[in-house]
Design a protein around this ligand. Structure first.
Ligand SMILES: Cc1cc2nc3c(=O)[nH]c(=O)nc-3n(C[C@H](O)[C@H](O)[C@H](O)COP(=O)(O)O)c2cc1C
Length: 201
């Protein structure tokens, strides 16, 4: 059943005017909150956006992508690089076990990594509720380095601190018009191996 959900999920960029009930938005956000993370650091914040004003601003942040404006709701997924310090794991002094000791780049990568699990959980919960979504990764932030002034303005508007990075945005809404799309993926044998690359499972 979960596999069917995964097979049916697709990025949807055309949304109808129908609103998502708050109860369903809560379920989606709850799925993110319950995602796993390294040492349970939970290095994420999720900012739910419903106002057109903020949707327009976030569309601008994502290089003018129209579906960011037209979605019924957005979830701004924030990677909180300060979470490792807050998690009080300083007693673990081995860098291999503690990303806080893996340097600035290591902390950044590990923090972004944790958020991805929460994003996946939220997208699948949305799909299970008949709500379509799309991940927006093409945006101005500290990773892409584009439009630093705009990035700063948005962070201030959303009350993010300097340790918090907008990793991506999830657009949410009901599909305007159902279209059959083929799932384009590499073949199973191209990506799955037994014991070593090249050996088929
Ligand atoms: C990290 C990430 C960033 C993405 N960024 C964007 C984006 O900025 N805009 C967009 O329309 N789709 C974006 N996508 C959606 C992908 O294009 C889409 O998932 C991929 O083409 C596979 O299609 P499917 O989701 O319909 O299976 C992103 C997906 C991921 C995982």
């Amino acid at each position: 059943m979960m596999l069917d959900l995964i097979k049916n999920r697709k990025s949807v960029r055309n949304y109808s005017n129908k609103h998502i009930p708050d109860e369903d938005l809560r379920k989606i956000l709850e799925a993110g909150r319950l995602a796993p993370s390294w040492m349970n650091v939970q290095s994420w914040k999720f900012v739910l956006i419903k106002s057109q004003e903020n949707k327009d601003l976030l569309s601008e942040l994502s290089i003018g992508q129209a579906h960011v404006k037209n979605a019924d709701a957005l979830i701004v997924c924030v990677a909180d690089t300060g979470a490792w310090d807050e998690a009080k794991i300083t007693h673990i002094q081995k860098p291999a076990l503690n990303p806080a000791l893996q340097g600035e780049n290591g902390i950044l990568i590990r923090t972004m990594e944790q958020v991805v699990y929460a994003i996946s959980y939220m997208m699948l919960e949305a799909e299970s509720l008949g709500i379509r979504s799309c991940i927006i990764g093409a945006l101005a932030n500290e990773i892409t380095g584009i439009s630093p002034d705009l990035s700063k303005t948005v962070k201030e508007k959303l009350n993010l601190n300097e340790n918090q990075i907008i990793s991506s945005i999830i657009t949410l809404g009901y599909e305007a018009e159902h279209t059959e799309t083929k799932k384009i993926r590499k073949d199973f044998d191209e990506v799955v191996f037994l014991e070593k690359i090249g050996n088929r499972f």
